[in-house]
Each structure stands twice: as structure tokens, then as C-alpha cells.
Write a protein that binds this ligand. Structure first.
Ligand SMILES: Cc1ncc(COP(=O)(O)O)c(C=O)c1O
Length: 453
């Protein structure tokens, strides 16, 4: 998709960006080719830049070109890249000479879990630590199924079409992501999907989101006895590719439906949690309280850490020894988790995310007004945003081109491979850099679409 031929791009020098070489920078393609030789193909297809270091909201390549990072390595670096408290806590923990403890207790594990439970607030009493988001989803599916057995219910789970929950088998079954899940279409009679209430779906059927939800639940209840067969409903807090949130009443209704039918209500907060959307957790935007949340990405600030967090009566269903992992509560991961919580609090980063999000939102609304014939919608909550372009047959390619051109000008945005660009800088970014980044996007859309570069 992206060109591997270095081009002589216009040089850039601002406080936040520096482009002083051809892009891709000299030496990039050699490294990419070596990686392609030795690493699975599925890991490739990203923008041709070799990350050499990253500090706060900037990424530097191997030749010292400096980029504004609007990816946070896909919503991981919420507290900023190479945060000094984070590094200090990791180094201290390494110097303590305890790198791994399997399921044997360690002190950092005790400190972190008490801090984490306190951070999550009322209704979240226990956590199970893991290493990746997908693993947290797998553990969640396990809890739902054990809850089903305990309550003599069916093993069924409802999720939402187009939502994304990871790449392991169970998490991908939930996702119903049609592009890449042919391999997963073995006989699965236990996962059911609701339609996501996209604005264009509502328009197409001339229905409200509640009418769509009622219709889907009614149709499902013609096939199965929902209260007997369904034990969990899992929602991605927002649909990632387009930062698309559900209407509030849609989620409230599902929450009530879960209570009424003794169904566990779960949010996949892997992208949304830890301040990303201007609140601690994304579910707070809906005025509901899930029974369980799956967390990842920002929770570890870049260290492989994820968690399943929820009510004791659910998380303690698995018997002693039946839900554990070699790397669960690894001391270094716990040190990383502690640093993230400390930084969110001491730097007031959740409030910062909300306030800077207002600036980002305003700039994106202006962008939408300017390019109203190209942009379908913009969405922004806290420092999580997306620009969704109107569909046409070349749109994915053109949007990819926008991402590539932004990189050539010193801005990294999230390439989704479809008609959207996702934006999510570290919560520590300066207001000035937010405005500068949106100006770069503005200039680039103009070039790519109007001059068809
Ligand atoms: C919403 C959501 N859930 C789950 C996952 C899977 O997390 P991981 O890649 O850490 O396994 C992702 C990753 O992109 C995600 O965005």
C-alpha cells in the first residue's frame, strides 16, 4: 500500500516536528526488508518508518526525523512515551532483582492490585492481571460461561457486529469482523450479534437506535429463549475504527435488559480505559455500570499488561488454580501499572484529556465544515477521535495516502485500512501540537483529494 521509494519531501522544522531527510529515511527499507524476510507477513503493512525512540508526544526515526504522535502506539502511551516516573519505577523494579514470580506472590503485585481496585471505584472489587487485551477477553468469555453453568443458563453471548475484541479465537468470534474471519466460521451457535447503530444504518432503515435494538432482540427471541440461553453481553465501548459511540439510551436499555434477564454486562475498555476519552473509563459516558470490564493498552503504558476487573461474585467463580497465567502479575508489569496510575493522578491527565479533547473536537468540526463534501463525520471524546470519509470506490486508497503524506510532513496518524483516520495522541500532548497536527491533516486532505497526489 505504501511506497518504499524514498522521496525528497519538503523539509519541515517546527517546535514539534522535524523532517530533514528523504522519507522513508535512509536505512528504513533495508530494515523493513530484513523484517519482512524473518517475520510473519501479517505483521506488516504499516507506514514505512522505523521507530528509533519516542519521548512524550514525539516519535523519532533512525535519522532523527521528529514526528508528532497521534497514535500513542494505538492508545497505549496515554501517560506519554518514555515517561520519567514510568522509567524510574521499571528500573527500580528490575534492580530489585525480581523479574518474574509466576503465581507466587510478590510485593508489587499487592501494591498494584490495591491501587487498581481503588482507582476503578465502586462495583469493581477484584482483578485478574494478564498480558494482552485479547487474553483479557478470553478470560472474560470463560467467566461468562462459568457463570452460565453455575446459574444453569445457556452459554450464549451477545456482542455487536463490527466491534473489535482482539485476534485470538474467542475474541475474534465475538468480533464478527467479516474481512478476516472466514477461518473462524466453524459452527458457532453461541455467539449472536446485534447491529451497530451507525448513523447511516438508522438513516437507511429510518429508525431510531432503540427501534433497531428492539427489532434485533425481538428477532433473536424468535430463535432462542434469551433469558435462558444468553449469559453475557459484551460491548466494545466505542467502535474503534471510527471512534463511534452508541447512543446513550441504546446502552442504558441494554444495561436494563441484562439486569432483567440475569445476563453479565461487559465492556471491552481496552482502548477506552485509563483516561483516553476524558473519563477514567469509556462506559462512564453512558451512565451505566458494567459487571466486568476488560482493560489493556493504556493500563500498562507500553508494558504488556491487561486486566479483567469486576464484581467479586463473578470474578471469583473460577476455583483456585483454574484461572491463572505464568505472567499474571509479573512484578515489572505491576511496577508499570503503578506508574500509570500515579501519573494519571499526579499530572491530572484525565481532566487534561477532557480539556484538550475540546480543542481537538473544535478543530475537527471546522475540518468537517471545510471538507463537507469529503468527510462523512468526525467523532471526538477526550483525546480519542476519528475522521470518517464518505465512501467511494477509491476511498481506502486515498485515505491511506493521507496517512502517508501526513507522515512525510512529520505527523503520525492511525491508518485503519478503511475510510477512516483514527487520532489519539498521548494525554500529555501540548495544545499547540494538537492544533498544528490538525493543520497538517487539513493541508494533506486538500492536497490528496483536490490535487489527487
Ligand atoms: C477494543 C479492543 N479490544 C481488544 C483488543 C486486543 O488487544 P491486544 O492487541 O492487546 O490483544 C484490542 C486491540 O486492538 C482492542 O482495540
Amino acid at each position: 500500500m505504501f511506497s518504499n521509494t524514498p522521496i525528497n519531501v519538503k523539509k519541515v522544522k517546527t517546535r514539534n516536528r522535524l523532517i530533514k531527510t528523504n522519507i522513508p529515511a535512509p536505512g528504513t527499507i533495508k530494515i523493513l526488508n530484513s523484517l519482512k524476510k524473518n517475520e510473519v507477513r501479517s505483521m506488516h503493512g504499516q507506514l514505512p518508518i522505523i521507530w528509533n525512540k519516542a519521548k512524550n508526544f514525539n516519535v523519532f526515526d533512525i535519522k532523527g526525523n521528529k514526528f508528532i504522535d497521534f497514535t500513542s502506539t494505538i492508545f497505549v502511551a496515554n501517560i506519554g512515551h518514555s515517561n520519567s516516573t514510568f522509567k524510574r519505577k521499571l528500573v527500580n523494579s528490575i534492580n530489585n532483582n525480581l523479574i518474574s514470580t509466576y503465581a507466587y506472590p510478590n510485593k508489587l503485585r499487592e501494591v498494584y492490585l490495591s491501587k487498581l481496585i481503588k482507582f476503578c471505584g465502586k462495583g469493581f472489587e477484584k482483578a485478574y492481571l494478564l498480558s494482552s487485551g485479547s487474553e483479557a477477553l478470553e478470560a472474560c468469555i470463560k467467566i461468562i460461561r462459568l457463570f452460565a453453568l453455575k446459574n444453569k443458563k445457556g452459554l450464549g453471548i451477545i456482542s455487536v457486529s463490527g466491534n473489535w475484541h482482539g485476534r485470538t479465537t474467542g475474541s475474534q468470534l465475538l468480533s464478527d469482523n467479516s474481512e478476516q474471519s472466514n477461518w473462524i466460521k466453524f459452527k458457532n451457535k453461541e455467539i449472536y450479534h446485534l447491529r451497530f447503530p451507525y448513523p447511516w444504518t438508522l438513516k437507511k432503515y429510518n429508525k431510531t437506535s432503540l427501534e433497531i435494538l428492539d427489532e434485533d432482540l425481538r428477532n433473536l427471541s424468535k430463535k432462542i429463549n434469551i433469558s435462558k440461553k444468553i449469559s453475557g453481553i459484551v460491548l466494545e465501548t466505542f467502535q474503534g475504527w471510527g471512534a463511534l459511540f452508541y447512543p446513550r439510551d441504546y446502552v442504558k436499555k441494554l444495561s436494563k435488559f441484562c439486569k432483567k434477564n440475569n445476563i453479565l454486562f461487559v465492556f471491552d475498555e481496552i482502548q477506552a480505559g485509563f483516561g483516553r476519552t476524558g473519563k477514567k473509563f469509556g462506559f462512564q459516558h453512558y451512565g451505566v455500570k458494567p459487571d466486568i470490564i476488560c482493560c489493556g493498552k493504556g493500563i500498562g503504558g507500553g508494558f504488556p499488561l491487561s486486566a479483567l476487573i469486576g464484581k467479586k461474585k463473578y470474578l471469583d467463580i473460577p476455583k483456585i488454580g483454574t484461572m491463572s497465567s505464568t505472567h499474571s502479575a509479573n512484578p515489572i508489569a505491576c511496577a508499570a501499572g503503578i506508574a500509570v496510575l500515579d501519573e494519571l493522578k499526579s499530572k491530572n491527565l484525565i481532566k487534561a484529556s477532557f480539556q484538550k479533547g475540546l480543542i481537538l473536537n473544535k478543530s475537527l468540526i471546522n475540518l468537517k465544515k471545510k471538507f463537507h463534501n469529503l468527510i462523512e463525520l468526525v467523532s471526538c471524546k477526550g483525546l480519542l477521535a476519528a475522521i470518517i470519509f464518505k465512501k467511494n470506490k477509491n476511498i481506502n486508497q486515498l485515505v491511506g495516502r493521507v496517512c502517508e503524506r501526513c507522515m512525510q510532513k512529520g505527523l503520525l496518524v492511525v491508518y485503519t485500512g478503511r475510510e477512516s483516520i483514527k487520532l489519539g495522541p498521548p494525554l500529555t500532548i501540548s495544545k499547540e501540537a494538537i492544533i498544528e497536527a490538525v493543520e497538517v491533516i487539513d493541508e494533506t486532505i486538500n492536497e490528496v483529494f483536490n490535487k489527487n497526489l
